[in-house]
Design a protein around this ligand. Structure first.
Ligand code: GCB
Length: 617
């Protein structure tokens, strides 16, 4: 049986891992699962260990720099050691891990960072999973167990996003909160800068001051302001618009934030700012006071070899395909995506429904809710200033037919919304406990949760601002009967609206197809079936749109993606309109035609200019 605790007992972190046993080379960022030929590594459940020696110049110490270690994400549970000592730990993948390492480094020498990561999912983790132990010695070897979970994508593990060490002065910018508004032709930016300081050597004295310089997207000076909080009004502002809603989508200013103290410390941060407003009522979503219709898809961070590891070329390719499709949005199903992806969305004008990793939750108790609220706070903290984020999704397909979901989702949504973002506040939870609900919670965006339970016995929808429902008519039900799609979709979505008096949209629909497999008349798994299923859905969507409360459609899925082995998933989930290597199936062409038409855009195969700008780090 695997000795899960061996590394901790033997203190592997006290020295380079190679001194404790054999090590293999591993890419960072990447999932470790598909890198080698080793099946056991691919299917590993439990702790995996990484380490890295790195050099720190003594100049950083002389210059009294504050040094921070930052991992973009590691999945799922991480314990980090520096030079043999415990540094920090973090539960949950998909969100950053940071630690101030200033006083723990050895300057002018090599340092050792060690990360232990455990991918085990349990009923207490988000997302949840179960370790199934098989105790029948006639059928399984001793200690045999397997991991199961309530979602279909592979639970890839490893250090998925870049790891950085960066420096700041002793007095540093800790956080910046931006909100924007529109006043006639003017744009309004409200900012709040918080700062911190660390003491290395003699303590600092004097006041800390903030100054702001606003630059336009060409880098030209627009205006300046003093003070750590304030409002800037820009006459004839350029607004942040989604792709195909303006000639110049994704317009962003740069707010150059400077924080300085009497000791001569100066910290600078170029904060991107997209000026836009969001609105929602019982039928409509608006951006800059214009009604929005979301044309998009559900996605995954997923590719061969690297799994969920950040891949710059793939990010640029995916945005190129989204624009080729005429899509204006996607949902970060079913977890927060890499910041590099979010940066591209801001820049390209692609709107994001920003989803938490709470996929398929059940058993809604107090501990789970507190954890869920913390995850939402971390997510809002990370993405709060992004113009592309137009909605928070607290989860996907919870078992919201359980009665406990009613108060649970009321409180998770309320915590995500909590009013005053500049002050800590509390929110009283149903289970009798008071949870500190966040200076980072966000009242400015609608909150949703993606549902799939029948509306008659469903307890989350009443708490949501917009109702998102996943439906697979003629795939999981009435398989082969494409003719019922329109009727069933129109009936169901009209009823959701009638029941809750809120805007509704379809967040998933689709069919699997095997590229190159053709059958006419359409037959399941053929490219024709996938395409025709979509066309039948479009008929329903158009009828629903004419009723005035249907605010968007998102195909499942952008691309084929990896799943655990199973008899319903031939080589993974094949509902992609692109293959896993990003080549279009027939469905992609069908969707492209529709999305450009919906945007009133003329389809041309325009020749892109051969000028490149490096968009990622
Ligand atoms: C769903 C899930 C998604 C699955 C999809 C499917 O409802 O939200 O994660 O991949 O169905 O293809 O079954």
């Amino acid at each position: 049986m695997l000795d899960a605790e061996k590394g901790f007992r033997e203190e592997w972190y006290a020295q380079p891992l190679s001194k404790s046993g054999p090590v293999i080379s591993m890419a960072v960022p990447s999932s470790y699962n598909d890198i080698t030929q080793d099946k056991d590594l691919r299917d590993h459940i439990g702790w995996a260990w990484y380490d890295r020696l790195f050099y720190v110049p003594s100049r950083w110490q002389t210059d009294k720099q504050r040094v921070v270690l930052r991992l973009g994400s590691a999945h799922y549970n991480s314990i980090i050691y520096l030079n043999g000592h415990s540094l920090t730990s973090h539960e949950g993948g998909h969100l950053p891990i940071m630690a101030d390492i200033t006083t723990k480094l050895v300057y002018g020498k090599e340092n050792l960072v060690t990360v232990a990561i455990n991918n085990t999912l349990t009923p207490e983790t988000i997302p949840q999973g179960t370790i199934v132990k098989h105790n029948d010695p006639s059928r399984y070897p001793p200690g045999y167990f397997a991991q199961s979970y309530n979602f279909d994508f592979t639970n890839y593990a490893g250090i998925h996003r870049p790891v950085y060490i960066y420096t700041t002065p002793q007095t540093f910018i800790d956080d910046i909160l931006i909100t924007t508004d529109i006043n006639g032709a003017n744009g309004v930016i409200t900012y709040n800068v918080t700062h911190g300081n660390t003491m290395i050597g003699p303590s600092r004295s004097g006041e800390v001051g903030c100054s702001m310089k606003l630059l336009d997207n060409e880098g030209d000076h627009v205006t300046s302001a003093m003070g750590c909080q304030g409002t800037i009004e820009i006459s004839n502002a350029s607004l942040w618009w989604p792709y195909l809603m303006s000639e110049n989508p994704g317009y962003m200013y740069t707010l150059l934030v400077a924080v300085s103290d009497a000791d001569g410390n100066l910290d600078l941060y170029p904060q991107k700012v997209g000026i836009r407003t969001l609105g929602w009522n019982s039928t409509t979503l608006t951006i800059n006071n214009k009604p929005l219709y979301l044309r998009g898809c559900g996605k995954h961070e997923d590719a061969d070899i690297r799994g969920k590891g950040v891949d710059y070329a793939l990010i640029v390719k995916d945005f190129s395909l989204l624009k080729w499709l005429g899509a204006n949005s996607f949902r970060t199903s079913h977890y927060p995506y890499a910041e590099e992806i979010m940066d591209m969305a801001d820049k390209e004008g692609i709107m994001i429904i920003d989803e938490s990793p709470a996929v398929g939750l059940s058993g809604f108790d107090e501990a789970l809710m507190n954890k869920h609220i913390s995850v939402m706070q971390e997510l809002v903290q990370r993405d709060k200033n992004r113009p592309s984020v137009i909605m928070w999704s607290v989860g996907n397909e919870p078992k919201s037919n359980e009665a406990a979901a009613l108060n649970y989702f009321r409180d998770v949504v309320a915590a995500t919304h909590t009013a005053d973002p500049t002050r800590p506040v509390t929110c009283v939870l149903n289970l009798g406990k008071v949870v500190s609900a966040t200076k980072s919670a966000d009242p400015s965006r609608p909150v949703t949760c993606v549902l799939n339970k029948p509306k008659e016995k469903e307890y989350a929808a009443s708490s949501l601002d917009v109702i998102l429902v996943n439906r697979y008519y003629s795939w999981y039900g009435d398989t082969g009967h494409l003719e019922v799609i329109k009727m069933q979709t129109v009936t169901e979505f009209s009823e959701w609206h009638l029941l809750h008096n809120k805007p509704v949209m379809i967040s998933e629909y689709g069919a699997g197809s095997l590229p190159g497999y053709h059958m006419d008349p359409a037959w399941t798994w053929s490219e024709e079936y996938q395409a025709e299923l979509m066309i039948r859905n479009f008929e329903a969507f158009d009828e629903l749109r004419s009723k005035g409360y249907f605010v968007g459609e998102m195909i499942w899925n952008f691309a084929d993606f990896s799943t655990p082995q199973g008899h319903t998933r031939p080589g993974g989930n094949r509902k992609g309109i692109f293959t896993r290597s990003r080549q279009p199936k027939m469905a992609a062409h069908v969707l492209r035609y529709r999305y450009h038409n919906l945007a009133n855009d003329t389809l041309t195969n325009s020749q892109a200019p051969l000028c490149f700008t490096s968009v990622l780090h």
